[in-house]
Write a protein that binds this ligand. Sequence first.
Ligand code: BG6
Length: 481
Amino acid sequence: APVAACDFVVFGGTGDLAFRKLLPALYLRDRDGQLTPDTRIVSVSRAGLSDEDYRDKVHAEVRAFLPPGTFDADAWAAFRERLYHRELDVTNLAAYQDLAKVLVGGEDRVRAFYLSCAPKLFGPVSRNLHEAGLITEKSRVVLEKPIGTDLASARRINDEVGAVFHEHQIYRIDHYLGKETVQNLLVLRFANMLFEPLWRSGSIDHVQITVAEDLGVGGRGGYYDDAGALRDMVQNHLLQLLCLVAMEPPASVDADAVRDEKLKVLQALRPTGPGDVVRGQYRSGAVSGAAVAGYTEELGGPSSTETFVALRVGIDNWRWAGVPFYLRTGKRLDRRSSEIVVQFRPVPHSIFGADGPPLSANRLVLRLQPDEGVRLHLMTKEPGPGGYRARGASLNLQFSETFKTRTPDAYERLLMDIVRGNPTLFMRRDEVEAAWTWTEPILAAWAADAVGPKPYAAGSSGPAAAIALIERDGRTWHEEE
Ligand code: BG6
């Protein structure tokens, strides 16, 4: 069913995120009939483009980012008509009158101001929207991560945006929360009896969260070199995944019920010690057989920014005491692959005797991408008369086979949630700030450390020190089966 009539105003409408993610997602929702006929998408940027120029540009740039088989000439033609562009210097209040003109007649509709621009502009843009009289009762503002670069700047931005928008109007997006497998984590944990009684330190040995990318930083070097992997991925995406794995059962999926529980996890994170963190930076190498340049060559200058991080994280509460969470993420690794691995403890005693088959412990693997699915590793008897020959095997649920539908992109779900007014899958202010509180000491330690990130070859699985980080504890990183 269609959502309410909406004006999407995208600040940074000619940027990478708009072309790669936002416009494809809106097109796909439109194609499925979810946007009302009068819904408008207004791009705002410094580019001097007419509406028609912008439509042509979107046609040229966005089609390549549509999932295979989803382009439909009629649906695309209709979508194209929804697009507008306004040239705007966002710091110039007077210029907002131009934006007001295109939004005319839309005062009673949902207005979603999507700020896909530098975080330092979130405050000034919000203030100008307010002073230009563009913020209505039904307006919402969407903030892209990372919110700030540390706790103080995050607080400042939250204060500035909070001065003109109510917290319930602020949607801090973390697109990992919109991924199908991530939402499925809630269903798996809380719609099955099987897992929850075992979901604790007595039965779980440790948890691994890996988000590996094969791409380099490409044209985003300007942003990325200031951010680095810790700010770009760990402070938000990986910690959010950790929260969903570790949180107590909320009473409902209401936004605050879920976010209250995530916040408690963030507040229980143990500060990391110097031996708990490894940072790396890729050198030249080969990914899938193709030679690629190293990070600083791509950047065109020296840099101590990390493109890889591995961490050992503790959660100091009853449920998780003594259960390490190992996190790692990096660019230019051997493949694109993201997963959450819950490694159970071995059985306390083998009835098959010391000479019997070696038993491997249960493992639950949630694959985020590619090939979304869930795999449960267990022991089973090998058929045959030769005694109890036990062998590891997997129950394997592959979403694309079980459900013969296309897996929607995270932004499709999240953009519609914004229009519906459902912030469950968005970060609340206190969560973002708690995540910074935990992240800051790591940044401070790095700033004081002259050694810099450890090199790793592009196309490898990261620096050797990241392997040592987990092997030191007698464990290994999970390899794809
Ligand atoms: C973004 C980061 O938030 O997430 C990027 O800024 C990263 O650096 C991207 O590549 C990864 O998202 P996905 O959905 O491709 O795993």
